[in-house]
Write a protein that binds this ligand. Structure first.
Ligand SMILES: [Zn+2]
Length: 264
């Protein structure tokens, strides 16, 4: 039997204006505006109304946006609701890594098992977090909340590559953080890879110019090649923060233009 095929969506929930020089190690010789969009992603089994739903990352709250001076457009759960998803009923959430913009709202998914790499929890609770250079994009309350979720038995740890549903797998990349994982999904156009922050922008991976928030530059650069191996073709890799995603992919319906892109 062939693996089920899935629909895949990017849902934009926030925005941040910044310059290109802030998005590459060593800056950018043609510096200019290069904003970030913030997304969560939905994977939904195609062909049935009662298909399996997997959410990838949970975004941040309006309060966190105010603290970090980001433009909050909608609660990520409100964005998912536009696609008919009830966050309270979602059973599986992949947390690509524990940075504040990927894990902030996981308490809004009370029924979910959270999928996380062993190395990411080690990183977020271990020796490197004593250093400001590594802790900047983590929020200690998010990490503490994740520890509570571990004790409640609601975290499923992975060590490297793992299939979490037929046709949906997670893959350890590291680089940006020690335990960053990406998600590969079987779709009608082949395997789509949700790269999250393995590549913030198309330019990071296409030009091998690493993003400056990084645990291991070597692993980050190796990760660009790994994304290509996982995806099969370059146009099936979806970067984590690039506004171009909403230009390159269509909205599932006209009213969702600028908010949701269909990636499969
Ligand atoms: Zn991020």
């Amino acid at each position: 039997m062939s693996a089920p095929q899935y629909e895949v969506y990017a849902v934009k929930y926030a925005h941040h204006a910044r310059r290109a020089s802030e998005n590459f190690i060593g800056g950018d010789p043609h510096d200019g505006p290069m904003p970030l969009d913030y997304f969560v992603w939905l994977i939904r089994e195609a062909g049935t109304n009662a298909g399996r739903e997997i959410v990838v990352d949970t975004g941040f709250s309006a309060a966190m946006a105010a603290k970090r001076k980001r433009d909050h457009l909608r609660c990520p759960t409100e964005g998912l609701k536009l696609l008919g998803v009830d966050a309270k009923a979602v059973k599986d959430v992949v947390i690509t890594h524990l940075h504040y913009d990927h894990v902030g709202n996981f308490d809004l998914f009370p029924a979910a098992t959270l999928h996380l790499q062993d190395l990411e929890m080690n990183y977020a609770t271990g020796r490197h977090m004593t250093q400001p250079v590594f802790q900047g994009a983590f929020e200690v309350e998010d990490v503490v909340g994740m520890v509570r979720r571990v004790y409640a038995g609601r975290v499923r740890f992975h060590d490297g590559d793992a299939e979490i549903a037929p046709g949906v797998s997670v893959h350890l990349i590291g680089g940006h953080t020690m335990g960053l994982q990406v998600v590969r999904v079987s779709t009608r156009r082949g395997n789509v890879v949700l790269a999250s922050d393995a590549s913030h922008f198309y330019a990071n991976m296409e030009q091998s110019r690493p993003f400056p928030i990084v645990y291991s530059v070597a692993d980050m650069v190796e990760g660009y090649a790994r994304l290509g191996e996982l995806a099969g073709s370059a146009d099936c890799i979806i970067p984590g923060h690039d506004p171009l995603v909403l230009e390159r992919y269509p909205a599932p319906q006209a009213t969702l233009k600028g908010i949701v892109a269909r990636l499969d």
